[in-house]
Ligand binder design. Structure first.
Ligand code: DGP
Length: 114
């Protein structure tokens, strides 16, 4: 845990969130400012700042998170598709420096990504 990290505090229950899923490795909750009808964030319990900080040591964790993303999407009924996004750093638009994957769906999303 990183003491100053918003998402570490959410994972630990120090800040309330609308939980969607949790297990021993990750935690998923609804985004406070949804940009699509379904907008969920999936974060590892352990503090990793962003995709840029991933190493081979995190490979199993990341693979697990992607299976969780697929499960959440099924459970949320996103049968016609969805988008998975992880912003990295200032130019990537990352505002919370704890690795997270956005799941966006529930409508046809814009074709533009940037
Ligand atoms: P990013 O910009 O990629 O770092 O995404 C951070 C997201 O986190 C952004 O979509 C808004 C969301 N967010 C920020 N603070 C909170 C919070 O306190 N609770 C919840 N549920 N989401 C938050």
């Amino acid at each position: 845990m990183s003491d100053d990290c918003l998402f570490c505090k959410i994972v630990n229950g120090d800040i309330p969130s609308n939980k969607v899923y949790e297990d021993e490795l990750c935690y998923a909750f609804r985004d406070i400012d949804p940009q699509a009808p379904t907008h969920i964030l999936v974060v590892p319990r352990t503090h990793i700042a962003s995709c840029a900080d991933l190493t081979e040591a995190n490979a199993a964790l990341v693979a697990h998170i992607f299976t969780v993303i697929a499960k959440i999407a099924r459970d949320e009924g996103l049968d016609s598709g969805y988008r998975v996004v992880s912003n990295v750093g200032p130019d990537g638009g990352q505002s919370v420096p704890h690795l997270h994957f956005h799941i966006l769906g529930g409508r046809a999303l814009s074709g533009r990504m940037g």
